[in-house]
Design a protein around this ligand. Structure first.
Ligand SMILES: *[C@@H]1O[C@H](CO)[C@@H](O)[C@H](O)[C@H]1NC(C)=O
Length: 209
């Protein structure tokens, strides 16, 4: 008796899913809420809403981290709005690093396309998982955990990452601590770092106070 009811409920579930819209290309002129952007009118949607050509070229790595992240999140690629996915391109020049950071809204999968990358994350139990990855290797970074990528070779490295959200979010630990006006004294009290080190890092990362 249970099985036919179960199958009937699956049929009911799938037929009701068919009634919802296939996609919701983001209307970037509208407001953005917790569920993403509102939908562009279906009559105005074209194939180009589902294609993003911005990951073909490397980002500019002439910066302090010698690295560039080129996102294809819903703000750049409105076609992923509402679909629970997105992508980005990582370019790491020799010596480049994507500093310790989290994506509050998404898990991540990274695939190395060129060069080698030392990547790792830290669990909420403070266990460390890191490895030197070579071309073709992929690694996952669970949602919300601190993680990093470092160029592990002497030549440029390239990776593509995908996310389990069209809006993964990004918080870089050093900028959160040293790139704003949080008073040095409070940072010292909450991190046990000495004030001279904090002021030096604020100088490097654009913070004050
Ligand atoms: C890369 O960024 C640097 C620093 O902002 C700038 O001087 C340089 O012109 C940029 N290069 C390109 C190709 O845009």
């Amino acid at each position: 008796m249970i099985l036919p009811i179960f199958i009937a409920s699956l049929l009911f579930a799938s037929s009701s899913f068919a009634a919802v819209q296939d996609f919701c290309v983001g209307d970037l002129n509208g407001p953005e809420g917790p569920a993403g952007y509102s939908c562009k009118k279906a009559a105005k949607v074209t194939v180009d809403d589902f294609v993003f050509s911005g990951l073909g070229a490397g980002g500019n790595t002439s910066n302090i981290i010698k690295a560039a992240v080129t996102p294809a999140f819903s703000a750049q690629f409105p076609g992923v709005n509402g679909l629970g996915i997105s992508m980005a391109r990582l370019d790491l020049a020799a010596g480049g690093v994507i500093p310790m950071h989290t994506h509050p809204g998404a898990s991540e999968v990274l695939v190395v396309v060129q060069g080698s990358i030392c990547a790792g994350f830290i669990s909420s139990a403070n266990a460390v998982y890191f490895k030197s990855l070579k071309k073709g290797d992929i690694m996952v970074f669970p949602q919300g955990l601190l993680h990093f990528q470092i160029n592990a070779g002497g030549s440029p490295a390239l990776a593509f990452v995908s996310f389990s959200s069209p809006v993964p979010g990004l918080q870089i630990l050093d900028y959160a601590l040293f790139g704003n006006n949080l008073p040095t004294e409070l940072i010292a009290q909450t991190t046990f770092l000495d004030p001279a080190t904090i002021k030096k890092l604020k100088g490097v990362l654009g913070g004050s106070g």
